[in-house]
Design a protein around this ligand. Structure first.
Ligand code: ADP
Ligand code: MG
Length: 286
């Protein structure tokens, strides 16, 4: 079941002097069992948009259909709890999500909240830790004494442990070093490819969009500026640059090569094909 968003509006502090329209009538159809990137400048409404997917924010107008749930203004909390079992959201700022004294309690909170016994929850916590790249020595530590990257891993573990159908990740690799970011992205890709999870990923990293995502949504000032499959998305680098998106390095290299007289078809988007293509056009001096 795809995620359908109809005329979604969200105004913070509506009716007050601080009223701010963060989403201004968003219409989207997000494909299921794919990885969809949501990109756009800071303040464009990405976090506001994704927080509607598990009912953390409710629309001030419009509606969403997510995993068979109809989300509309004034939705009841009873229905929201069921929705949160299906849609796991990892916050942009992990400290908003962590609140228990120990990491073990923090990760176990969700399963216990959904009815797992102490023992079942503990079992799940022990299974999930290595998946996010942490070992058992972390269990008794406070989540607040960790680095930003480690906090993020705990926040991700706290969501994965619930085995949701839809994973919504708001800048999940911010604060991780390049190797850690790559491992996390590989984890999300495997959850999508092997377990058919629908993944939504808010990111600024165009290399990640190109390498791991299937579909791209560009937000701009509370509106959807553009939506495309990933291969089509990177076909028009001039447009990307115009709207302030720095294309991935392979695309930048391709542009430079074209500027220097090489003939390169639009469809070439990976290093190997690019190398093959230019090999035939290079004169090697003896
Ligand atoms: P992004 O994730 O793309 O950076 P956000 O969804 O966080 O954008 O923010 C969209 C707009 O809404 C911004 O102008 C931001 O300042 C504003 N905003 C976000 N959260 C709140 C809030 N809790 N109260 C008031 N305004 C907010
Ligand atoms: Mg954000």
């Amino acid at each position: 079941m795809s995620i359908e968003i109809h005329d979604l509006e969200h105004t913070y502090n509506a009716g007050s002097a601080f009223s701010h329209a963060a989403l201004k009538g968003v219409n989207l159809s997000i494909p299921e069992e794919k990885i969809t990137a949501i990109i756009g400048q800071t303040g464009s409404g990405k976090s506001t948009l994704v927080q509607h997917l598990n009912g953390l924010l409710l629309p001030t107008a419009g509606s969403l259909e997510v995993c068979g749930f109809h989300i509309q203004p004034l939705l009841k909390i009873k229905d929201i709890k069921k929705l949160r079992k299906e849609v796991g959201l990892v916050f942009q700022f992990p400290e908003y999500q962590l609140f228990e004294e120990t990491i073990e309690k923090d990760i176990a909170f969700g399963p216990k909240n959904f009815g797992a016994t102490e023992e079942q929850a503990s079992d799940l916590v022990h299974k999930i830790l290595p998946i996010v790249g942490l070992d058992e020595s972390y269990l008794d530590r406070s989540p607040f004494e960790l680095s930003g990257g480690q906090k993020r891993r705990i926040a991700i573990a706290g969501i994965l442990v619930l085995n949701p159908k839809v994973l919504v990740l708001d800048e999940p690799t911010a604060g991780l070093d390049p190797q850690g970011a790559k491992e996390m992205m590989t984890l999300f890709m495997n959850l999508n490819r092997k377990e058919n999870k629908t993944v939504l990923l808010v990111t600024h990293d165009m290399e990640h969009v190109m390498r791991y995502c299937d579909h791209v949504i560009v937000m701009d000032q509370g509106n959807v500026l553009h939506e495309a499959d990933v291969n089509d998305f990177f076909q028009n680098p001039d447009w990307l640059i115009q709207v302030g998106i720095n294309p991935p390095s392979i695309i930048r290299l391709k542009l430079k090569l074209i500027e220097n007289g090489f003939q390169i078809p639009d469809s070439i988007l990976d290093e190997e094909s690019l190398l093959k293509c230019i090999k035939g056009q290079v004169k090697i001096c003896e």
